[in-house]
Design a protein around this ligand. Structure first.
Ligand SMILES: NC(=O)c1ccc[n+]([C@@H]2O[C@H](COP(=O)([O-])OP(=O)(O)OC[C@H]3O[C@@H](n4cnc5c(N)ncnc54)[C@H](O)[C@@H]3O)[C@@H](O)[C@H]2O)c1
Length: 504
């Protein structure tokens, strides 16, 4: 099954933000594109707006003037649905309401041929539910573009229960021919990206709600240690708190209030009070005139220890040993396989976040997971109230000697990056086990759809599968709500790895 022929016409129905972007993509790819919108005049306005964007592409030398003129001539606003009769693909991007979309597709089926591919750009409704209204539901598929569609490469190609494989393949190949990177996924709440990304926001908000750290510190740690392009607070301010919360709410409701997707009370309060983010001038942060972004917590300089004793190889943080040596600090290696601990001269210990709290141990400071300890510019530390100040100072000085800023946060199990990444990985395993998508497509979707520095499976391979599972197990013991319970799929992988590697 191949992509749609360029000689065939594509229709876009609903010419708001997404419809315009999708139309531009199909147009630049070479199709004739018909635009239809229920609001009178809107399709023509959309054609003008797309034309203006093509002009800007010409100004930036990204499109030739002749190609722009040809594309402009192929862009045809329609006053009536009947004008879409010759189209071989219709992409719908209207209001996000099931009844509105179902009614539209019923009307479209009366207009287009029976082999016309029908697609919805819905982000939160069920493709199966919308397709249920159709006479020929096998030709109905989800084509979920991301905003702005002309720029973002990812398209989730969603198969509903009734979608024919040939139609899904044709939609997939067409998206690819349009220069996009399609991924195939099943019709489940949030599809791939909006399902697996939920913990990125939820865990940041949970750390904040448990008084673990302020938004600026959590954002800085996610960026500078986790390698995420933006922190969860600044990103949701950009997306709009209402928009982000409504996705979370919809995924949570669609999964019958599954505790793993529980929305955040703090975010609810923001939305209720109209603090929607950049667009309203105030969200987690203030965007008013003269408002200054709060600084993340950064520890004062401290003396590094003269040496550290490494018990075991530090697991996912093993790279630290080389960095410590390069900083001129002696590393004494002991055979004792304690896995993830460094003992400092004062007797205090430094341990990688593992889902436990430091109050459970004598004189322990936890440090957070980093995407890459060499490149990380900030590391979060946490400790119990009774951890000795000398141990905290030694731990702080150690990371500062490696050139890192240090943020000291509250004694939150799993800290910031570790719990976030572990939950993302767990949801990814769960999604594969439920037939949502392949590992490869999930990695692609999370890298391209939300800019993660690594796909969840790539990240997991770096960490070792048992590490994520045991961290979540520990978190689950401390919060038995089910939010952190490792999925059966993650357990299976952890045990399979242990057997293969011969770990007892
Ligand atoms: N905005 C995003 O970031 C984003 C991303 C991915 C998917 N989506 C999905 O894309 C769809 C459109 O979102 P948007 O942000 O472009 O909305 P929008 O409000 O910008 O545009 C919707 C357009 O649809 C028109 N419309 C409404 N009912 C119609 C009907 N029955 N027939 C024809 N036209 C109709 C409206 O007049 C409007 O022009 C939604 O399903 C949304 O969930 C949005």
């Amino acid at each position: 099954m191949t992509a749609l022929d360029l000689s065939s016409s594509v229709a876009v129905v609903g010419t708001g933000t997404m419809g315009q972007g999708i139309a531009q993509v199909a147009l630049v790819a070479g199709h004739t594109v018909r635009l239809y919108d229920a609001a009178p005049g809107r399709a023509r306005e959309a054609a003008d707006a797309i034309g203006a964007r093509l002009d800007r592409l010409v100004e930036k030398d990204r499109l030739g003037a002749a190609d722009r003129d040809a594309a402009r001539a192929r862009l045809l606003p329609a006053d009536d649905l009947a004008e879409l009769a010759d189209c071989t693909l219709v992409v719908e991007a209207v209001l996000e309401r099931l009844d509105v979309k179902q009614e539209l597709f019923r009307a479209l089926e009366d207009v287009v041929a029976d082999d016309c591919l029908l697609a919805t750009n819905t982000s939160s409704l069920s493709v199966t539910a919308i397709g249920g209204a159709l006479r020929v539901p096998g030709r109905f598929v989800g084509l979920h573009f991301f905003n702005p569609a002309p720029l973002l490469p990812l398209v989730e190609v969603v198969s509903g229960f009734a979608t024919d494989v040939t139609c899904a393949t044709r939609a997939y190949e067409t998206a690819r021919a349009w220069g996009k990177t399609p991924v195939a996924c099943a019709d489940t709440p949030g599809f791939i990206v909006n399902r697996i990304a939920r913990p990125f926001y939820a865990e940041a908000f949970a750390v904040y709600e448990s008084q673990g750290a302020d938004p600026a510190t959590i954002d800085a740690v996610l960026r500078e240690s986790g390698g995420f392009r933006m922190g969860a607070f600044e990103l949701t301010d950009l997306i709009g708190q209402d928009v982000n919360e409504s996705v979370t709410h919809s995924v949570w409701q669609s999964f019958f209030q599954d505790v793993r997707f529980t929305p955040s009370l703090a975010q609810r309060r923001l939305v209720e009070s109209g603090r929607l983010g950049r667009k309203s001038g105030h969200g987690w942060y203030d965007y008013g005139d003269g408002a200054e972004r709060p600084e993340p917590h950064t520890a004062e300089p401290a003396e590094p220890p003269a040496y550290v004793v490494a018990e075991g190889d530090l697991g996912p943080a093993s790279e630290l040993l080389a960095l410590i040596r390069e900083a001129g600090i002696e590393v004494r290696e002991e055979d004792e396989d304690n896995g993830t601990r460094l003992v400092m001269p004062g007797g205090g210990q430094l341990a990688l976040a593992d889902g436990q709290t430091s109050v459970e141990f004598r004189d322990v400071v936890y440090f957070d997971l980093a995407l890459d300890y060499r490149k990380a510019t900030r590391i979060a530390l946490s400790h119990a109230q009774d951890t000795s100040p000398a141990t905290v100072a030694e731990a702080t000085g150690l990371f500062q000697a490696l050139g890192k800023k240090v943020s000291v946060i509250g004694d939150v199990p799993g800290m910031i990056v570790a719990r976030t990444v572990a939950r993302i990985i767990d949801l990814a395993y769960d999604a594969v086990a439920k037939g949502v998508a392949t590992e490869e497509d999930i990695d692609t979707a999370m890298r391209l759809g939300v800019n993660y520095p690594l796909g969840p499976f790539e990240w997991d391979r770096r960490l070792g599968r048992t590490w994520v599972c045991s961290l979540l197990d520990d978190l689950h013991q401390r919060d038995p709500s089910g939010r952190y319970a490792p999925s059966l799929a993650l357990y299976r992988h952890a045990y399979a790895t242990e057997k293969r590697e011969g770990t007892p």
